[in-house]
Design a protein around this ligand. Structure first.
Ligand SMILES: C[S@@+](CC[C@H](N)C(=O)[O-])C[C@H]1O[C@@H](n2cnc3c(N)ncnc32)[C@H](O)[C@@H]1O
Length: 199
């Protein structure tokens, strides 16, 4: 999978194929996040873009004034493209899962656009997402809605999120369906507010 992304990233092919007429994830994710932060505070919000890929989301975030962003992705080729955008502070070339070694309470926001898919970010890693975001911070996930029905690993994603809400780990601020997310498919936007520090 990672090799396929690295191959796809070459010569701007990924960006061309997933241009905003076909894939609106980065725009949707950025607009969702921008609702929670005033323009004046955006540059100081520490953000981790998980499955950052070639940096389409980082580029969009930067347009809205979010300029303190780290990029995580297991594909070196995709990250090489992300570097060229000059919008990220740090690059972490690794998979994200429930064993990721990112320290708890590291970020104000963890954001994902297009990183949830068959064989991509594991469903159980939402526990880790909650851990590495500071109390009061946000986890924003934008993904294709239909994956909840046929990607085995995501079938219990919403029940898991709700269980974490019951355990007082976070509050589900929003779980909204959006039209025209990717190739005219519906998307889902989750906004989760972290309530408990794991540190
Ligand atoms: C469809 S691309 C999305 C990239 C970018 N966020 C965007 O919106 O264009 C999916 C990305 O997920 C990355 N990925 C797959 N599995 C991952 C994992 N376990 N942890 C982090 N990234 C992963 C891939 O390397 C790829 O760059």
């Amino acid at each position: 999978m990672v090799n396929a992304y690295t191959e796809w990233s070459k010569n701007g092919k990924y960006d061309e194929d997933l241009n905003p007429t076909r894939y609106r994830g980065p725009v949707i994710a950025t607009q969702a996040l921008a609702e929670y932060f005033e323009k004046s505070e955006r540059s100081s919000i520490r953000i981790l873009d998980v499955a950052a890929g070639s940096g389409l989301l980082g580029q969009e975030l930067a347009k809205f004034g979010f300029t303190n962003i780290d990029a995580l992705d297991p594909s070196e080729g995709m990250l090489d493209e992300a570097v060229k955008r000059n919008v990220y502070t740090k690059f972490i070339c690794q998979y994200f899962d429930n064993n990721s070694d990112i320290p708890c309470d590291s970020y104000d926001v963890l954001i994902i656009s297009g990183g949830m898919g068959e064989g991509h970010i594991p469903g159980n890693s939402i526990e880790k997402m909650q851990e590495i975001v500071k109390e009061g911070g946000l986890v924003v996930i934008v993904m294709r809605k239909e994956y909840l029905t046929y990607v085995e690993d995501y079938k219990d994603l919403i029940p898991r999120m709700k269980q974490m809400e019951e355990d007082n780990k976070w509050k589900i601020l929003s779980c909204k369906t959006v039209e025209g997310y990717s190739f005219n498919k519906q998307g889902l936007v989750f906004i989760l507010k972290v309530l408990q520090s794991k540190c």
